[in-house]
Ligand binder design. Structure first.
Ligand code: AP5
Ligand code: MG
Length: 216
């Protein structure tokens, strides 16, 4: 099965994707992570998109389409994808539909993790990520400790776009350009709304229960 995890910044897309791939044989596709790795590796693309991401704007659809085509066309990934933070514009939705058709696949479920604007800012401002094991933590809600995190503390970092100005821009971009595409998936009858304000484990249990029922 292929899934989409949808939601505003900080809604828990990455956290829940990480948990789901451990129970189902799926591969997480976070366009944000893919783009950040281009920046970290100082590639030509990375240098072009750094200021766009740090301003909280969207990278162009053409760039994202190329990254996604590579993943969907790879036979190893056939029907095994969780899209986290993709698609983000209606043109990306159409591109995804076209690619899935070309490679004989479909999206089974779109989970929408709903949170309000205040929660967006609390979650993103408290986030720290381990650059070694890639686990996501939060200094307020889910702090790293000796039980849940085995790497040295020096690997824990904040994201460059998790500052108050960029967070606000990211949220506004989400509301203006990304949220409207929910309507497309709602009309297709595959949208499932999840209250993203619940505890991480509670949200996971809910999603897991739904996925167990459609496991192929
Ligand atoms: P991206 O990396 O996708 O960022 P985002 O959409 O803003 O989402 P986040 O990663 O901030 O949040 P999340 O929902 O993954 O939450 P997380 O699980 O980490 O994109 C970044 C940028 O890249 C974009 O702004 C854009 O520029 C570009 N980009 C990416 N994709 C693109 C595309 N398709 N097209 C064009 N441009 C693109 O959780 C957040 C925090 O909250 C963590 O600290 C976590 O521990 C905590 N937390 C999670 N769940 C809970 C909970 N239930 N209770 C309490 N705390 C929780
Ligand atoms: Mg994320």
């Amino acid at each position: 099965m292929n899934l989409i995890i949808f939601g505003p910044p900080g809604s828990g897309k990455g956290t829940q994707s990480n948990n789901i791939i451990n129970n189902f044989d799926l591969k997480q596709v976070s366009t944000g992570d893919l783009l950040r790795s281009e920046i970290k590796n100082r590639t030509v693309l990375g240098k072009k998109i750094e200021s766009i991401i740090n301003n909280g704007e969207l990278v162009s659809d053409d760039v994202v389409d190329i990254l996604i085509r590579k993943i969907i066309s790879d036979p190893k990934n056939f029907n095994k994808l969780i899209f986290d933070g993709y698609p983000r514009t209606i043109l990306q939705v159409y591109c995804l539909e076209k690619l899935l058709k070309e490679f004989n696949q479909k999206i089974s479920i779109v989970f929408n993790l709903n949170i309000d604007k205040d929660t967006v800012s609390k979650r993103t401002s408290g986030r720290v990520i381990c650059t070694k094991c890639f686990k996501i933590f939060n200094v307020h809600f889910n702090p790293p400790n000796s039980i849940n995190h085995k790497c040295e503390k020096k690997y824990l970092e904040k994201r460059a776009d998790d500052n108050s100005k960029t967070i606000l821009n990211r949220y506004e971009t989400y509301v203006a350009k990304t949220k409207p595409i929910l309507d497309y998936y709602n009309k297709k009858g595959i949208l499932i709304e999840i209250d993203g304000n619940q505890k991480i484990a509670g949200i996971y249990d809910k999603m897991n229960g739904i996925l167990e029922n459609i496991r192929d």
